[in-house]
Design a protein around this ligand. Structure first.
Ligand SMILES: [Fe+2]
Length: 197
């Protein structure tokens, strides 16, 4: 009988994680406590670096790249392996959907912000910096639907990690971007209507 391949072990481990996530959210849904529990599960999976060998995941040509690991049908969850190259950064934004990250190798700084205006003026928004979390092997971060973060790869190694989103990336809602110094905001188009059509 052929030995089970790394890809098969990985697929089994990812399927197990998704089952665990559904078990966690089945009764309570998504809240700070369940997001924390999901983060711990994702960090435990990310620590099994032998399941995610570099040879199985092509590096991005520039900036970053997402490799789908397990994307559920319909409006289900999306689990990805993300590779972000040194120097990649993203301005403050919210995804409109919850997200949990965990590090496999390298490190990425996530700075969190809170919106402080009443959203009464189109294109305007004020945000204040709350603090930061470094996502590296053994650690992770969790965001609720409208939490705001910025990201920056630290050091000279790519930041490789796992990312779990409440929706698959192809079904993402509008992402809102914020400019703290200018007090402005802009939104990208939602992919949800096209994906659900
Ligand atoms: Fe993000």
């Amino acid at each position: 009988m052929p030995a089970t391949s790394v890809a098969e072990h990985r697929a089994q481990a990812c399927a197990k994680l998704i089952r665990q996530v559904h078990a966690i959210t089945a009764h309570e849904g998504i809240n700070p406590s369940t997001l924390h529990a999901i983060k711990l599960k994702l960090a435990a999976l990310a620590k099994r670096a032998e399941l995610f060998p570099g040879a199985d995941f092509a590096a991005p040509v520039a900036q970053g790249r997402n490799h789908p690991l397990l994307v559920e049908d319909n409006d289900g969850l999306g689990l990805y392996l993300t590779i972000n190259l040194p120097g990649k950064e993203a301005a403050p934004h919210d995804h409109g959907i919850w997200c949990v990250n965990a590090g496999i190798s390298g490190s990425e700084r996530h700075v969190f912000y809170r919106r402080t205006d009443d959203a009464g003026t189109p294109g305007r928004a004020t945000v204040v910096r709350l603090g930061e979390v470094i996502v590296a092997p053994g650690t992770g971060m969790a965001m609720a639907d409208h939490d705001i973060h910025s990201t920056e790869v630290i050091g000279t190694e790519p930041a490789i990690g796992l990312a779990l989103y409440g929706y698959a990336l192809v079904r993402f809602p509008s992402v809102a971007w914020y400019h703290p110094e200018l007090g402005s905001t802009r939104a990208t188009a939602s992919r949800r209507l096209a994906a659900l059509a």
